[in-house]
Design a protein around this ligand. Structure first.
Ligand code: GDP
Length: 199
């Protein structure tokens, strides 16, 4: 898939604000600092369509982007590794779950995991929620350039084991080297053609 255009559409803080259209949709999940903005910019071939770095640790906005006038990419909020205060968590997970439940054209979810980190509750809860609703999940390991080839292979295995997923659903990426770009974009093209949910 070639990116011809990519535009920011809107930020939403509640489901009533979600845009309505029939475009195949792709959602990007991950903790803050995982490299989500950088990966989105890398995929879209834009320098700073999605703001990177220096964001507050917790954001509860869902950002919608329109790609090639026929797809939507959605940046879901993430929080850091520090334990989230209960009131914040109470706001945050329901919004994510509402998003997943509402979007009939959601074709695929990317769950980003930093290659140097071990996934925890955040990743497990969201993956379980998506899987229960039969949304395919691509575990996307970010910042592959941070480790040597040998270290990478070891970390991939560890992430695979900790999430209990098969190697088929794991993708390696780096916004710095562009690794994974072609593979992730072809996955998006392929999944755009799958039929929509009817529930
Ligand atoms: P977000 O909070 O998940 O949107 O993360 P950002 O995209 O803002 O990235 C967080 C930090 O990680 C920034 O300092 C980025 O420069 C850095 N970063 C993101 N992706 C990569 C990558 O692929 N390789 C390396 N080496 N650094 C990265």
């Amino acid at each position: 898939m070639k990116i011809k255009s990519a535009e920011f559409l809107k930020s939403c803080t509640s489901s009533e604000q979600f845009p309505e259209f029939e475009y195949p949709e792709f959602a990007f999940f991950g903790r803050s600092n995982v490299g989500k903005s950088s990966l989105l910019n890398m995929l879209l071939g834009k320098k700073d369509l999605v703001k990177t770095g220096s964001r507050p640790g917790v954001t509860t906005m869902i950002n919608f982007f329109i790609v090639n006038d026929n797809k939507s990419f959605v940046d879901l909020p993430g929080f850091g590794y520090a334990k989230l205060p209960a009131p914040m968590r109470k706001k945050f997970m329901p919004l994510i779950k509402e998003y997943v439940q509402n979007r009939k054209n959601l074709k695929l979810a990317f769950m980003l995991v930093d290659i140097r980190r071990t996934p925890g509750d955040y990743e497990e809860e969201i993956i379980a929620f998506l899987t229960d609703r039969e949304i395919p999940v691509a575990i996307t390991i970010t910042k592959s350039d941070k480790l040597s080839k040998n270290q990478r292979a070891k970390r991939i295995k560890e992430i695979e084991t900790s999430l209990g997923v098969s190697s088929d659903s794991i993708f390696l990426s780096s916004a710095t080297t562009g690794e994974g770009k072609r593979e992730l974009l072809s996955l998006i093209t392929e999944m755009s053609q799958t039929s929509s949910r009817t529930d």
